[in-house]
Write a protein that binds this ligand. Sequence first.
Ligand code: SAM
Length: 304
Amino acid sequence: MKEQHWGIKVEKSNGEAVRKRLIALGMYDTEFKPVCEDDFIVFPVVSEKESSGEYIFEKRPKKREPARHELIGGIAVMQSDDPGEAEYLLESRPVIHTVLYSKSPVSGEYRTKDFVVLAGENTTKTHYIEYNNRFVIDLSAAYFSARLANERQRIYSLIEKKERILDMFAGVGPFPVVLSEKASVIYAGDINPGAVALMKENIELNHKKNIIPMLFDALDLKGIFSAHSFDRIIMNLPMRSEEFLEVAFSLCKKGGVIHYYTLQSEKGEMLDTLGRYTKGRICEKVVRSYSPAQHHAVYDINCL
Ligand code: SAM
C-alpha cells in the first residue's frame, strides 16, 4: 500500500550516514520503506522538519508472530498442517532450514513420529546445540526432545563424584553426553539401531571417551551386567518403563539412584508401585506438561 508522507531526500553517497543519524534522533519512520530516485534516496521521517518534503512511500507489511512451533536446531515443528504459515515461519527465522508437521503423536517401540515437510529442505535431520554440547538429530529415525534440556542439567547438578551410570533408553544419547564429564563410565543403550548410530556420531562430535553405546533390549540387561553395578540409572521411557523396574532395581547399587520417568494424570501415581521395590527415599517432580490430562513426571529413587 502506498501513502503520502514526510521524507528527507539525500544523495545516495551520504545515505548510510543520514539513515544512522535519523535513527539516533528518533526521526526515522520504520513504517515505510525508503524510496530511491536516481542518485538520491528519500528516508521516511516521523514528522515535518525544515529539510523535509512530501513523498509517496510504500508501507512495510506489518510483522506478526509466526505460528506456534517447537524449534530443534534448524527444524521447526508446527502444530498445524499449514504450508502457507510454514513458508512465513521459514522467512521470519533465518536459523530454520525446514518446517515440519507431525502427522502422528510419539508412537511405536522406537517412540518416533511421522512427519511431513511443509517448507524448506526435504529432511528431518538437523544439528542442535544444548549447553555447549552438539547433537545430530534425525526426528523420523529416533526420538529427541529439546524440552528435556533443563532436566538433563538437573541430573548433572545432582552428581557429586565420578559415577558408573546406565542409561537404559538412551536414544541419540543426550543424557550420556551431558552427564559424561561427571561419570567414570556410562553404558548407554537403545533398542533402535537408528538411535544407536546417531548416538555414536554424537559421542564422537563431543569427543567423549567414557560412553559405551550399545544396541540392546533393556529387558536383557540382567544377562549383560552383574547385579548392583551402577551408581545411577536413567529410565526415560515414559509410556511403559514399569515393566523394566525389576531389572533396574537389580542393577542399582545400594545407595545408588534411579531416575524413573513416567506420564501420569495425578501426582504420586507411581509411589505405591515404587515402594514395593525400595524402602529408600523417593522424590517426585513435574518435568513438563504433556497434554491437558497428563504430565511428564520424574521420580528420583534412592535404592537401599
Ligand atoms: N533418553 C532419550 C532422550 O531423552 O532423548 C530417549 C528417550 S525415548 C522416550 C525412549 C527410547 O527408548 C527410544 O529411543 C526407544 O527406541 C527406546 N526403547 C524402547 N523400548 C526399549 C527397550 N526395550 N530397550 C531399550 N530401549 C528401548
